[in-house]
Write a new protein. Sequence first.
Length: 341
Amino acid sequence: MTARRRFRRGGALLAAAGLLFTACGPHTDKTIGMRSTALSLQFARPDLAKPIPPNVIIQILPVPSSGPDNVSSTLRPSPVPVTTPPPPVGECAPTAPAAPLKEATQSTPAAGNYAYTTKGVSMVSDGTQTASAPIPELTQVAVSEPVKVAPGTTAPLEGGAPGSGSELLYTVITQLSDTVKQIDRLVVSATSINLAERTLVDGRRTLTITPTPQVQLVVFGPVGTQWRSTGTDTGSTATIAYQGQISAVTSVKVCGQPVNAYVVTYTETMTSPLDRELIRTVDGDVNTLTIAPQLGGLMVGRQVSSDDLRYDDDLGGYIEVGMKYTSALRHLQASTNGPAT
């Protein structure tokens, strides 16, 4: 996927805004027509566009708060600083044979903090100009202890309730930078790992979606297993549509230790009409999740390519935020004494 295609401007951004308007359904009375006109004027008359201030760029993009300038931008007069994290600390455990791959899990990853090496780029555009920055090379992921909950109403569609009669609920917090993070509340059912709630946070907004039914992020089975899953937040009418497939079995090394895992390819679209925000997988650039069921569904790797079109009230217009990156787990053992490095 080229930068030109991934960071499309103008017409493509306006078309995506039109899609968001269509998804609004009964909420067409919320001055969307006026907003659309302003957006059209902005694209037709670049001189009417207001450049995104540097502090806004820092709030939106996953960029560290200090360090040398690695940012390419025509939107700001001053640099956005970027830092490189220190190398991982601690020695790798002696290599042992890889644990056998399991087709499913009835547990959760060991609680604690995990560190991932991340490589990629993020960008923000106002439709006329684009600023980009490398994504910080250290991603922190915190996994909570699980709690037992009663099976949800969709349990019959997920192979019934687990043999224990309850399901496990746990939280995964993915921190890309000081200001950008994703908080997922996940449920382990008899045959899948489901999304019960997702919260997206940056320095400009917090967006929470609680889908009903829960969205199936991973459906366990042999290679070739496919699924579609959609959930709607009954309070905000926001939706998440997900399509996934177990594409392959792989063996990766984490700090020298081989780990057997499944490769899940997926696309997803999250639409929040009331918030005037649309987040989706970039066309033709399928995301991947490398997951080890025998380790409680631990994520050992990920590839993400996403576009986020949103209306910013303070800026008075739509902006597009894009991210494309890969993450690889640094250590299998979670740190319980603060963030892992």
